[in-house]
Design a protein around this ligand. Sequence first.
Ligand SMILES: [Zn+2]
Length: 229
Amino acid sequence: MSDGEVTVHVEQEQGAKQSCPICGRVSPGYDSRRRRWRHLDTCQYKTILVADVPRVKCEEHGVVTVSVPWAEPGSGFTAMFEALVIDWLKEASISAVSRLMGLSWNAIDGIMQRAVERGLTRREETSPTHIGVDETSFRKRHDYVTVVSDQKAGTVLYVGEDRTKASLKAWYESLTEEQREAIESVSMDMWPAFINATLESIPGAEEKIAFDKFHVAKYLGGLFPKSGG
Ligand SMILES: [Zn+2]
C-alpha cells in the first residue's frame, strides 16, 4: 500500500495453458505485459489490480494478448468497477460521478460506451419492453446526453449527444419495426423533445409513455421553485 492506494498483484498459476482470445486454440506463450486496472475501493483506498498478462503466439492470429476474466479488452477498469460506475450514473449526474469517483470525462465515456456495446450485444437476443429515457448533464449547463436504459435488465442501451428529439429518434430508428412494437412502456421526464420523438416513433406511444414520480417532482420543482418548502 502506498499513497492511499492498495495494489493487488494477480499471478497466474504455474504451467497454466493459454489460448488465443480470437480462436481459442491453445498456443505457446510469447511474453507478458504488465497491466493495471482500477478495481472497487478497499475501505476508502483506491485499489489497483496488477497482473502480467501473457501474450501467446497463435498459429493463425500471431502474437495476441490473452483475455483476462475480470476486465474487458482495452479497459483500465475491472468489470465490477465499471458496473458500479454505471449504477451511480443512473442515480447522479456525470459530473457528480466524475468528482466523487475521481474519473475523467473520457474514462466515464469509455465505461458508458462499453456498457452500450454490452447492451447492444444483448439486444440482439431479446427486445427491450420497458425502457427509460433520461437526460444527464456533464458540467453545470452544457454537454447534455440522452441515455436510454432497459429497465428490466438494468442495462444501458444507448448514449446519444444532446437531449434533442433527433438524438432519441436516432436510437428508435436503429431498432427494427418489431422491436419498436415490442416496447410496452417508456419512462421519462416531461421533456417535449423526448415526448415528441417517442410519439413519432413508437406505435401507440400515447398509452406507453409514463412520467415517473421522480421526474415529475423535478419538473414541478423547476416550475414552482418556492413551493413545498
Ligand atoms: Zn488464434
